[in-house]
Unconditional design. Structure first.
Length: 202
Protein backbone atom coordinates (compact mmCIF):
# COMPACT_ATOMS: atom_id res chain seq x y z
CA UNK A 1 0.00 0.00 0.00
CA UNK A 2 1.42 3.34 -0.99
CA UNK A 3 2.28 6.03 1.54
CA UNK A 4 -0.41 8.38 0.16
CA UNK A 5 -3.13 5.79 0.72
CA UNK A 6 -1.91 5.11 4.26
CA UNK A 7 -1.94 8.82 5.00
CA UNK A 8 -5.53 9.12 3.73
CA UNK A 9 -6.70 6.20 5.85
CA UNK A 10 -4.97 7.65 8.91
CA UNK A 11 -6.62 11.02 8.29
CA UNK A 12 -10.08 9.44 8.03
CA UNK A 13 -9.60 7.49 11.27
CA UNK A 14 -8.52 10.64 13.12
CA UNK A 15 -11.51 12.60 11.77
CA UNK A 16 -13.96 9.84 12.75
CA UNK A 17 -12.46 9.62 16.24
CA UNK A 18 -12.90 13.35 16.68
CA UNK A 19 -16.49 13.30 15.36
CA UNK A 20 -17.86 10.45 17.50
CA UNK A 21 -18.01 12.39 20.82
CA UNK A 22 -19.83 15.25 19.06
CA UNK A 23 -22.29 12.79 17.47
CA UNK A 24 -23.23 11.18 20.77
CA UNK A 25 -23.41 14.56 22.46
CA UNK A 26 -25.86 15.85 19.85
CA UNK A 27 -27.84 12.63 19.99
CA UNK A 28 -28.13 12.88 23.75
CA UNK A 29 -29.26 16.50 23.54
CA UNK A 30 -31.89 15.62 20.94
CA UNK A 31 -33.24 12.76 23.10
CA UNK A 32 -33.31 15.03 26.14
CA UNK A 33 -35.30 17.64 24.19
CA UNK A 34 -37.78 14.97 23.12
CA UNK A 35 -38.19 13.73 26.69
CA UNK A 36 -38.68 17.23 28.06
CA UNK A 37 -40.88 18.51 25.24
CA UNK A 38 -44.31 19.62 26.38
CA UNK A 39 -47.38 18.16 24.65
CA UNK A 40 -49.25 20.36 22.20
CA UNK A 41 -51.50 22.82 23.99
CA UNK A 42 -54.76 21.43 22.70
CA UNK A 43 -57.35 19.02 23.99
CA UNK A 44 -56.55 15.52 22.77
CA UNK A 45 -58.74 14.28 19.94
CA UNK A 46 -60.93 11.45 21.22
CA UNK A 47 -61.40 13.05 24.65
CA UNK A 48 -64.71 14.50 25.88
CA UNK A 49 -64.94 18.27 25.78
CA UNK A 50 -64.59 19.85 29.23
CA UNK A 51 -68.05 20.80 30.46
CA UNK A 52 -68.99 24.39 31.20
CA UNK A 53 -71.92 26.63 32.04
CA UNK A 54 -71.75 30.20 30.74
CA UNK A 55 -74.22 32.90 29.72
CA UNK A 56 -75.43 34.00 26.31
CA UNK A 57 -75.92 37.59 25.18
CA UNK A 58 -79.38 37.60 26.77
CA UNK A 59 -78.03 36.61 30.19
CA UNK A 60 -79.40 33.06 29.97
CA UNK A 61 -77.29 30.23 31.38
CA UNK A 62 -76.12 27.85 28.69
CA UNK A 63 -74.61 24.46 29.47
CA UNK A 64 -72.43 22.65 26.96
CA UNK A 65 -74.36 19.52 27.89
CA UNK A 66 -77.52 21.07 26.45
CA UNK A 67 -76.03 20.63 22.97
CA UNK A 68 -75.60 16.87 23.27
CA UNK A 69 -77.04 15.24 20.15
CA UNK A 70 -75.61 17.89 17.84
CA UNK A 71 -72.20 18.44 16.31
CA UNK A 72 -70.52 21.29 18.19
CA UNK A 73 -67.96 23.78 16.90
CA UNK A 74 -66.24 26.05 19.45
CA UNK A 75 -64.00 29.04 18.83
CA UNK A 76 -62.58 31.42 21.44
CA UNK A 77 -61.93 35.08 20.65
CA UNK A 78 -62.88 38.68 21.32
CA UNK A 79 -64.82 41.39 19.53
CA UNK A 80 -61.82 43.69 18.94
CA UNK A 81 -59.74 40.89 17.45
CA UNK A 82 -58.23 42.14 14.17
CA UNK A 83 -57.74 38.89 12.27
CA UNK A 84 -58.55 35.31 13.29
CA UNK A 85 -61.82 35.98 15.09
CA UNK A 86 -63.58 37.67 12.15
CA UNK A 87 -62.17 34.96 9.89
CA UNK A 88 -63.45 32.16 12.12
CA UNK A 89 -66.93 33.67 12.27
CA UNK A 90 -66.89 34.13 8.51
CA UNK A 91 -66.16 30.41 8.21
CA UNK A 92 -69.05 29.68 10.56
CA UNK A 93 -71.35 31.73 8.35
CA UNK A 94 -70.12 29.98 5.20
CA UNK A 95 -70.56 26.58 6.82
CA UNK A 96 -74.14 27.37 7.71
CA UNK A 97 -74.81 28.11 4.05
CA UNK A 98 -73.01 24.99 2.84
CA UNK A 99 -74.75 22.73 5.34
CA UNK A 100 -78.22 23.83 4.27
CA UNK A 101 -80.88 21.95 6.22
CA UNK A 102 -78.15 20.01 8.02
CA UNK A 103 -77.12 23.24 9.74
CA UNK A 104 -79.87 22.63 12.32
CA UNK A 105 -77.82 19.66 13.52
CA UNK A 106 -74.73 21.80 14.15
CA UNK A 107 -74.09 24.32 16.93
CA UNK A 108 -71.44 27.01 16.45
CA UNK A 109 -70.19 28.66 19.63
CA UNK A 110 -68.07 31.78 20.12
CA UNK A 111 -66.68 32.20 23.67
CA UNK A 112 -65.12 35.51 24.64
CA UNK A 113 -61.54 35.82 25.83
CA UNK A 114 -62.11 39.45 26.85
CA UNK A 115 -65.04 39.65 29.29
CA UNK A 116 -63.96 43.09 30.49
CA UNK A 117 -64.67 44.77 27.14
CA UNK A 118 -66.98 42.23 25.52
CA UNK A 119 -70.33 43.19 26.99
CA UNK A 120 -73.33 41.03 26.07
CA UNK A 121 -74.45 43.78 23.69
CA UNK A 122 -71.03 43.94 22.02
CA UNK A 123 -70.93 40.17 21.62
CA UNK A 124 -74.42 40.12 20.15
CA UNK A 125 -73.53 42.81 17.59
CA UNK A 126 -70.26 41.12 16.70
CA UNK A 127 -71.59 37.63 15.97
CA UNK A 128 -74.73 39.12 14.45
CA UNK A 129 -72.67 40.50 11.58
CA UNK A 130 -72.08 36.92 10.47
CA UNK A 131 -75.11 34.90 11.54
CA UNK A 132 -77.80 34.93 14.20
CA UNK A 133 -77.22 31.18 14.45
CA UNK A 134 -73.86 31.64 16.20
CA UNK A 135 -74.10 31.27 19.98
CA UNK A 136 -72.01 33.93 21.79
CA UNK A 137 -71.08 33.08 25.38
CA UNK A 138 -69.55 35.03 28.23
CA UNK A 139 -69.31 34.90 32.03
CA UNK A 140 -67.40 36.44 34.88
CA UNK A 141 -63.60 36.30 34.94
CA UNK A 142 -63.31 33.25 37.19
CA UNK A 143 -65.87 31.25 35.21
CA UNK A 144 -64.15 31.99 31.94
CA UNK A 145 -60.62 31.50 33.32
CA UNK A 146 -61.53 27.93 34.23
CA UNK A 147 -62.81 27.30 30.70
CA UNK A 148 -59.75 28.95 29.11
CA UNK A 149 -57.43 26.71 31.10
CA UNK A 150 -59.33 23.53 30.30
CA UNK A 151 -59.42 24.36 26.59
CA UNK A 152 -55.81 25.66 26.51
CA UNK A 153 -56.97 28.97 25.10
CA UNK A 154 -55.26 31.84 26.88
CA UNK A 155 -53.34 32.76 30.01
CA UNK A 156 -55.86 34.24 32.48
CA UNK A 157 -53.10 36.27 34.16
CA UNK A 158 -52.71 38.29 30.95
CA UNK A 159 -55.40 40.95 31.40
CA UNK A 160 -55.03 42.27 27.85
CA UNK A 161 -54.90 45.90 29.00
CA UNK A 162 -52.86 46.72 25.94
CA UNK A 163 -55.86 45.90 23.77
CA UNK A 164 -54.40 42.81 22.09
CA UNK A 165 -55.16 39.45 23.68
CA UNK A 166 -53.12 36.41 22.76
CA UNK A 167 -55.28 33.32 22.39
CA UNK A 168 -55.37 30.05 20.50
CA UNK A 169 -56.83 30.15 17.01
CA UNK A 170 -58.34 26.72 16.60
CA UNK A 171 -61.88 25.49 16.11
CA UNK A 172 -62.76 22.50 18.25
CA UNK A 173 -65.22 20.12 16.60
CA UNK A 174 -67.06 17.59 18.76
CA UNK A 175 -69.41 14.80 17.75
CA UNK A 176 -72.97 14.33 18.97
CA UNK A 177 -71.64 12.88 22.24
CA UNK A 178 -69.48 15.96 22.85
CA UNK A 179 -66.27 14.05 22.17
CA UNK A 180 -63.58 16.00 20.34
CA UNK A 181 -63.11 14.62 16.83
CA UNK A 182 -61.44 17.40 14.84
CA UNK A 183 -59.28 20.49 15.38
CA UNK A 184 -59.66 22.96 12.53
CA UNK A 185 -58.17 26.38 11.84
CA UNK A 186 -59.84 29.51 10.44
CA UNK A 187 -57.37 29.52 7.54
CA UNK A 188 -59.03 26.40 6.15
CA UNK A 189 -61.70 26.92 3.52
CA UNK A 190 -65.30 26.30 4.50
CA UNK A 191 -65.38 23.50 1.94
CA UNK A 192 -62.44 21.76 3.62
CA UNK A 193 -64.12 22.14 7.00
CA UNK A 194 -67.32 20.69 5.60
CA UNK A 195 -65.48 17.55 4.48
CA UNK A 196 -64.27 17.02 8.04
CA UNK A 197 -67.65 17.71 9.62
CA UNK A 198 -69.99 15.73 7.36
CA UNK A 199 -68.89 12.26 8.64
CA UNK A 200 -69.95 13.38 12.13
CA UNK A 201 -73.46 14.10 10.85
CA UNK A 202 -74.06 10.67 9.34
Amino acid sequence: MRAAELALIFSLVVSLTAFLPLFFSLRGSHEALQENAEPANFIAVGKPLPRFTLRNAHGEEIELESFRGKVVLIFFGYTNCPDYCPLALRRFSELIQLLGQKSSEVVMIFITTDPVRDSPEALSRFVGRYSDRIVALTGDWDELAKVWREYHVRVPEDDGKGGFISHSAVIYVADRNLVLREILTPEMTAESMLERIMPLLS
